[in-house]
Design a protein around this ligand. Structure first.
Ligand code: M6R
Length: 606
């Protein structure tokens, strides 16, 4: 989290930096700031809140320099205040921006304070400014200054520093947090991702962990963590410029919900080879080697993994474990060395997932990633990428990336099932045909929104609610609860419907909304009994069900009905009403749909 930007060139740096920060605001929006150098001094401007607050502050005091750095913050250490906003300046000599966490900052701060430094913020990041100032006082510049600072700090960081006395130079470093350098004639820029500066240049260098760099217009000198010159590849990025246009929708999330038929169709086309065969991006050799799968992911991506587990185990008979990425490496799991690890990540930058993946690779597992951002850290580290082609997802709540992930996972289940002989050719073909029908079915589900709005208008008054599901719809119930809580701030929990009687039923009191996803499958009778049990205790029952089964749910207070579909597809189709219910509840409540409080789109801290 946090987005960082740097620019040295011929244009007005503040204009370029603001424009680039706008494309990085998905990384955090607690505060933003910019510093430029003009006429031999820093011009610092910072503001609490979204970027528009910074833009307003800047319009009152325009900046003219051609070098500058900028930051959009997701607060970690220190509250959401202007003093804690980046950039941080030390001794009017050096200014820094930082993404990540300096884990030993407490000890460094104590030492620096004892040496006479005075701190203006509560952040961990400010130690970097003082360490660079200390290096400058010792006569260190460029690589030497960077090495002085790198030798002292531990943790995750992507940073950029500029010095009043060297207005044509920027120092950068990276460890675990992403940083890309963009090159163009007479210009050098940096950003937390290449897409954010794709409007400036597509010629980029990705730093590797431990790299440090001295940047000047048109040149980048880079050294690796052992201090040796590193010849990092200059690539032409294929990242599309991040769109900051809602295309006529009220919110990016609404737009992205409506983009799901295309996102699924595009993703599916990457799963099918030139002859029309569903390969799921896997060679026969790849498929041979897969006898066990460990899925590593966080949040919505982890719920996609849980749904994938149901499909892969049922259709391919291959054992799958799904791990919260943040727990995996620290619990020293027993590793099945003949297995493979699959990371699932929209951003490809979630630090928990990246670290879990590295741990799996160190244990000797072949690594795959189902990832939406092609040039992300995770995509660049794994052995094989299974791409989702959802396009840029801007809304913090994941929607189209989730259904694109499900598309890859169902493709993979069918591919492995056929390869390992669990599915006949005919059955695999029939399932592939079903998969091809998903974009149309999702499009129909999107158009059934008129039933959802009045229910959302009631739900907005709830302080708590439960989501239930069975089988493949149980992880979807967890995802539906996450969507509602992150968008509307209503407390929501997901449970397996059959688990209610083992404890959670104690939560039910008069009027508690219980929202149940019901499939037309052999278990539906049991699910409906669980709902009756909840209703008997006073719950308000809301169901999301397909046409045929909904005819049996005449006892529900509200029933959201969608067209019938084959139950194997249920998570893909039922995701839509679950997303729309969360969207409209937030909309009715007036919360910030695209940028909910306390969240960020890309979570690059542990
Ligand atoms: O980019 P990733 O898929 O790795 O992100 C994982 C989670 O942080 C993410 O899914 C998060 O839970 C979203 N806010 C869910 O809407």
């Amino acid at each position: 989290m946090c987005g960082i930007v740097g620019y040295i060139g011929t244009e007005t740096a503040s204009d370029i930096i603001i424009d680039t920060l706008r494309r990085l605001e998905y990384r955090g929006y607690d505060s933003a700031g910019i510093v430029t150098i003009d006429s031999g001094q820093f011009h610092l401007c910072r503001a609490v809140g979204k970027l528009k607050q910074l833009e307003a502050a800047l319009s009152a005091c325009p900046q003219n320099g051609h070098i500058g750095i900028g930051h959009t913050r997701w607060a970690t250490h220190g509250g959401v205040t202007e003093a804690n906003a980046h950039p941080h300046v030390a001794d009017d000599k050096v200014a820094i921006v930082h993404n990540g966490i300096i884990e030993n900052y407490r000890q460094l701060k104590d030492e620096l304070v004892a040496e006479g430094c005075s701190f203006a913020s509560e952040t961990d990041s400010e130690v970097l400014a003082h360490l660079f100032a200390q290096a400058a006082d010792n006569g260190l510049t460029g690589k030497d200054a960077l090495q002085h600072v790198m030798a002292r700090i531990s943790g995750a960081f992507a940073l950029a520093a500029i010095f009043v006395e060297e207005p044509d130079t920027m120092l950068v470093a990276r460890n675990a947090s992403p940083l890309a350098i963009g090159m163009a004639d007479g210009v050098i820029c940096v950003a937390s991702d290449a897409a954010a500066m794709a409007h400036l240049t597509r010629t980029v260098i990705y730093l590797k962990d431990g790299d440090i760099g001295v940047l000047r217009p048109g040149s980048a000198e880079i050294w690796d963590k052992s201090g040796m010159p590193a010849n990092r590849e200059l690539i032409v990025s294929s990242a599309s410029p991040i769109m900051v246009d809602k295309g006529g929708y009220r919110h990016f999330m609404e737009k992205e919900i409506h983009e799901q038929p295309d996102a699924i169709a595009n993703t599916l086309s990457a799963m099918i080879d030139g002859t029309g065969r569903l390969t799921a991006g896997m060679s026969d050799v790849d498929c041979d080697r897969i006898s066990h799968i460990v899925i590593l992911a966080a949040g919505t991506s982890a719920y996609a993994g849980e749904i994938g587990r149901y499909w892969i185990e049922q259709l391919a008979g291959i054992a799958v474990t799904v791990e919260n990425a943040s727990e995996y490496r620290y619990r020293h799991p027993a590793i099945q060395r003949d297995g493979v690890a699959i990371a699932i990540s929209q951003s490809g930058e979630s630090l928990d997932t990246l670290m879990a993946l590295r741990y799996a690779a160190e244990q000797g597992l072949k690594t795959y990633a189902i990832v939406n951002v092609e040039e992300s850290s995770i995509a660049r580290e794994v052995d094989t990428v299974l791409p989702t082609r959802a396009g840029a997802e801007i809304g913090v709540a994941s929607t189209k990336a989730f259904t694109a992930q499900l598309t890859v996972l169902l493709s993979l289940a069918i591919r492995l099932g056929r390869h390992h002989g669990r599915l006949s050719d005919d059955k695999a073909e029939a399932l592939t045909t079903l998969l091809r029908s998903v974009p149309g079915a999702v499009g129909q589900a999107i158009n059934q929104t008129e039933q959802i709005r009045p229910i959302a208008a009631e739900l907005k008054r709830a302080t708590s609610c439960l989501f239930l599901g069975r089988g493949r719809l149980y992880p979807l119930a967890l995802e539906a609860a996450l969507k509602l809580k992150e968008l509307s701030y209503i407390h929501a929990e997901g449970f397996a419907a059959g688990e209610m009687k083992h404890g959670p039923i104690a939560l039910i009191e008069e009027g508690l909304p219980v929202i149940c996803l019901v499939d037309n499958d052999p278990l539906s009778e049991k699910t409906l009994s669980n709902l009756k049990e909840a209703q008997a205790r006073g719950a308000t029952i809301i169901t999301i069900a397909s046409q045929t089964i909904s005819e049996e749910i005449d006892f529900a207070d509200h029933n959201i009905v969608i067209n019938d579909y084959d139950p194997v597809l249920s998570p893909l189709i039922m995701a839509v009403p679950a997303q729309l219910l969360a969207y409209y509840t937030a909309f009715e409540k007036g919360t910030d749909v695209d940028q909910p409080r306390n969240l960020a789109k890309s979570v690059t801290v542990e």
